[in-house]
Design a binder for this molecule. Structure first.
Ligand code: GLN
Length: 539
């Protein structure tokens, strides 16, 4: 029977609940248990797909096409299991399910209420998300004390009562602030946060205390006394040099062993070697390379979470520390674009809307003309196509119809909008893709005579998508004649998935998002190749 671990957070947000959950799940997976992970998000949106990355951070896309919270990216990277539509549940989803049921008459005349209808729906979704794993990790988003998260907390309280003590556990992650002036670690915010939890009926079984330094025994005792948690169950979650050290840090304190004891499950041998080897490898990375990330969400680095991680992974594989220089594409112009010559690689990530487009086009041109490794992801590939059309093929003001509906040369457009050069509108594809998002994993066939093939070493790949617009398939022949190769195409051959330039250090664009499938140990073929090419500029 599945055991459930509920992870809540207190005092402030962004303490790293997702990474803590992922690290603990990894320890159980490395012991041979079947684990699952799920994130409960208290906001009303059905999913984060429509939220600005500046507010919410990156939208992580799963294999089956769910647009989800970025914590699911951590889950996949740390644990190596695939998340799905069921792995992220928002209040919006819960309420929408309940309202749909009510409309169908499923509640047989009863008054539909938060308790029991909403809480029951949450329980059902939690059970569904657990996928019959041995240990199911369930992270509750937000911070204890938020009005919004109350139905979720109430639901896991009831659920834990149904399950019984040895089948469920509450882990609370809190902050221990350090006061410089008095050289003291403060426990009061933690005391208050646990008090808040207990007032809604949840007594944490384990406290993870985030702070700069490990906490000593006497502090543990003090925290234990005020929170009614045994002092052996108070652990440190110290700021780590690399997030991938955290599973080791947790296991050194015996958190996983403590959990197994409370769950009354037999200890299985832990194989920590993958993380230990990884730590060694990270320690050996000395030389830095600089990669420019040309985006418009540069004020919040969480907007590019998976990209940052994928570059880090590829750095470790290439023995390099990747220094990401975030540049706001809106501020790039012809006068200052030369600053890119100091970079070892240029990356244009995904994005929506026309803000900062011209700066990105300048960056792609600069990389092409100056032989600087270039990686264009999703929008970044479309930008390359626009740049190439304008500057090499001299198609004046070529554009994507996302940015200019009436452009004479719609080199990127919704499939329904593809037009021939004459301007004649033709429907090239009758599928429903245009106008809706193309989401989730799709197959791509790679041309054997290409750099892409060298990177992947296989002719068929599957990568995750999240976009509406496509390179205009009617103009592809013209591009190829001028030297832009389409190295990857969809299974039917009608959608352009990858581009590259011959006679260039490394210039690749892909319509999909490879960053979502990069893992610390293996990296991702395209990121590994890009960082490798960028490293060569330092030799
Ligand atoms: N805005 C572009 C499109 O919808 C690119 C999307 C992206 O980069 N994820 O096609």
């Amino acid at each position: 029977m599945t055991r459930y671990v509920f992870i809540t957070g207190g005092v402030v947000s962004s303490l790293g609940k997702g990474i803590a959950a992922a690290s603990l799940a990894s320890l159980f997976k490395l012991r041979g248990f079947r684990v699952s992970l799920q994130k409960l998000d208290p906001y009303i949106n059905l999913d984060p797909g429509t939220m600005s990355p500046i507010q919410h951070g990156e939208v992580f896309v799963t294999e089956d096409g769910a647009e989800t919270d970025l914590d699911l990216g951590h889950y996949e990277r740390f644990v190596g299991i695939q998340m799905s539509q069921d792995s992220n549940v928002t209040s919006g989803r819960v309420y929408s399910n309940v309202i749909n049921k009510e409309r169908k008459g499923s509640y047989l005349g009863s008054t539909v209420q938060v308790i029991p209808h909403i809480t029951d729906e949450i329980k059902n979704l939690v059970i569904k998300g657990a996928k019959k794993a041995d240990i199911a990790f369930v992270e509750v988003g937000g911070t204890v004390g938020d009005i919004e998260s109350l139905p979720f907390l109430e639901s896991i309280r009831q659920f834990s009562l149904d399950l019984g003590k040895s089948k469920s556990m509450f882990i609370h992650l809190t902050l221990l602030p350090y006061i410089d002036v008095t050289n003291e670690i403060k426990t009061k915010p933690t005391q208050h946060s646990v008090k808040e939890l207990r007032s809604i009926g949840i007594q944490p079984d384990i406290l993870l205390c985030r702070g700069k330094n490990p906490i000593n025994q006497s502090l543990k005792k003090k925290i234990a006394l005020f929170t009614n948690v045994s002092s052996e169950a108070v652990f440190s979650a110290v700021d780590a040099k690399s997030i991938y050290d955290i599973p080791i840090m947790f296991s050194e304190q015996g958190i996983d062993k403590f959990m197994m004891k409370s769950f009354k499950i037999r200890d299985k041998k832990l194989n920590l070697k993958p993380w230990k080897d990884y730590k060694k490898k990270v320690g050996k990375c000395k030389n830095k390379i600089k990669i420019a990330m040309i985006g418009k969400y540069v004020d919040l680095v969480d907007s590019y979470k998976s990209l940052n991680e994928a570059l880090y992974h590829a750095g470790v594989i290439n023995n390099r520390i990747v220094d990401i220089v975030y540049l706001d594409s809106e501020k790039l112009n012809k006068r200052n674009i030369k600053q890119l010559s100091k970079m070892d690689g240029i990356l244009v990530p995904g994005g929506f809307g026309d803000r900062g487009i011209e700066g990105k086009i300048l960056a792609a041109e600069f990389a092409r003309v100056n032989n600087i490794p270039y990686f264009g992801i999703c929008l970044g590939m479309q930008i390359s196509v626009i740049e190439f059309a304008r500057n090499v093929m001299k198609l004046n003001k070529a554009n994507s119809t996302e940015f200019n509906k009436n452009t004479k040369y719609p080199v990127v457009a919704l499939v329904e909008e593809w037009r021939e050069k004459s301007g004649k509108r033709i429907l090239a594809d009758k599928s429903k893709m245009g106008g809706t998002m193309r989401l989730g994993s799709q197959e791509c066939i790679i041309n054997k005579d290409s750099l892409a093939y060298k990177m992947y070493s296989k002719p068929k790949i599957a990568e995750r998508h999240r976009h509406r617009y496509e390179v205009n398939g009617n103009l592809v022949g013209d591009f190829e004649k001028n030297g832009l190769a389409f190295s990857g195409k969809s299974k039917k051959g009608n959608l352009m998935e990858m581009i590259e330039l011959k006679n260039h250090a490394w210039y690749v664009g892909c319509q999909f998002h490879p960053e979502f499938t990069s893992s610390p140990i293996k990296g991702h073929p395209l990121f590994n190749g890009f960082v490798n090419a960028a490293s060569k500029r330092r030799k």
